[in-house]
Design a protein around this ligand. Sequence first.
Ligand code: FAD
Length: 431
Amino acid sequence: MGAEVTLVERDVIGGSANLWDCIPSKAMISTGGLMSLVRRASSMGLCDLDARLDLQVLRERIDRITGHLERSATELMASQGVRVVRGAGVFKSAQEVLVDTAEEGPVELEADAVLVATGSRPRTPDWAEADGERVLVTRQAYPPPQIPRHLVVIGSGVTGVEFVHMFRSLGSEVTLIVSRQQVLPQKDPEVAAALEADFLRRGVTLFKGARAVGIDRTDEGVVVRCSDGRMAEGSHALLAIGSVPNSDGLGLASAGVRVNEAGYIPVNQHCQTNVSHIYAAGDVSGKLPLASVGYAQGRKVAEHVMGLHTRAHRHLDYDKAASAIFTEPEIADVGLAEAEAFAEGRKLRVTKVPFAANARALIDGDARGFVKILSDPATGIVLGGSIVGKNAAELISVLALAVTAHLQVTDIVESLLVHPALAEALADAAE
Ligand SMILES: Cc1cc2nc3c(=O)[nH]c(=O)nc-3n(C[C@H](O)[C@H](O)[C@H](O)COP(=O)(O)OP(=O)(O)OC[C@H]3O[C@@H](n4cnc5c(N)ncnc54)[C@H](O)[C@@H]3O)c2cc1C
C-alpha cells in the first residue's frame, strides 16, 4: 500500500508459528498419522507393511519445512522493500523504538505507527521447572532426542491433547492429567467425549479431576504428583498449561501503552491500543491465540494505518473464527457453541450426522466422528458447527464461510457436491 515499513525481529522471521508451534507440531502429527495408517492398512488389504520411526529423518524434515517457510518470509520482506532490523525492540517513547543490533549497534527508529506483535511463550508453573531433558515445554519437544517411553502430559487443552495424540501415534505410552472431568474443557462436551473415547481406545491413561502440584525427577524419569494424592510415573513430562504474553521488557510504559493484569495489551476493533498510533496484534493482544487470527489482525492493522478501514462490515468478528485440533479424529469448530447458546436460552436447531453414514469415510477406512450444524430455527441461518472426523480442519471451511456470509442451511443442502466425498456429510447435516 506504499508505506515505508521496518520489521524488527530478535529471532527468526516467521515467528513461533513457523519455528516452534503450528508447523513443527503438525509435521510430527503428520508422520504419526502415517504410522497409524500403516497400522490400519491390513484392514484395507495391504499386508506386511511395517512402520519404524527414523527420528533423524523426521528432524531433518521439520528443519526443511521450517527453513523453507523462514526463507519465503525473508524473501517476501526483501521483495516488498521492507527494512529488516535484527534485534530486540524496546520503546523509548511513543514515537521511538530502540533496537540493539549485533551488526549495526543501537538503531533508533521513528514511526507514525507501531505494531506490537511479539507473541507469547509457554507458561511454566512455580511448582515445576522445565529442564529440557525430562520435563519439557512444547518448544522442547520437536522432536526430542528420543521418543519418550512414557510421556505424562499436564494440561488437556488444545495443545495438550495434540501432544497426547502425537506421541501416542509415534509409539509412546501416554498419561494425560485432566484438571476437570472433561478433556478440552472449553469445547462442546460431545466433541470432547469423542476424543476421550478415542484416547481410551488407544490406551491413553486419563487422570481426570487431577491437578498437578509437583514433578520429581527419578533415576528412571519423572513422577508427577497430583493434589488428590495420585501419582503419574513416566519417562518424561510435558507442561501444556497455556502461554504468557511477551509484553515484558518492551518499554510499553515509556510509550504509555496499557497492559492488563495478565500482561496482554488490550486493543479495540482496529487493534489500536490506548495510544492510538500503537497497535497490537497476535497472541500479545489477548484475543484468540491462533496464527490465523494473528494474520487477519495484521491485515486489519495495515488497512487502518493506511486509512482503508471505513467499511464497517469488514471488522474482525472473533466469534466467527474457525479453529481446529489436529488429533485423530480431527476436531474443528466455528461460530456459536451449543452449550453457550442453550445457557443464554437461545432457540437453536441442532442437526447431526455421523460419518458412519458417509460413503467416502467408509471407503477411506475411517468413519469416526460426526458433523453437527447449529442454525436459527426461524431463518435457517447457519450459526455454527463442529466437525469431528477425518479432514475436519479442511471441511470446517464450508461452515466458516456459511457463518461469515450468513448463509442458510438450504444453501449448503442445495450445493451440488461431489460424490463420494466427506463434504456430503455437511449437506446431510444441514438437511
Ligand atoms: C504447540 C502449539 C501449536 C499451535 N498450533 C497452531 C495451529 O495449528 N494453528 C494456529 O492457528 N495456531 C496454532 N498455535 C498458536 C500460534 O502458534 C500462535 O497463535 C501464533 O504463533 C501467534 O503469532 P504472533 O505473531 O502473535 O506471535 P509469534 O509467532 O510468537 O511471533 C512473535 C515474534 O516476535 C518476536 N519478538 C518478541 N519480542 C520481540 C522484541 N522485543 N523485539 C523483536 N522481536 C520480538 C519473536 O522472536 C517472534 O518471532 C499453536 C501454538 C502452540 C503452542
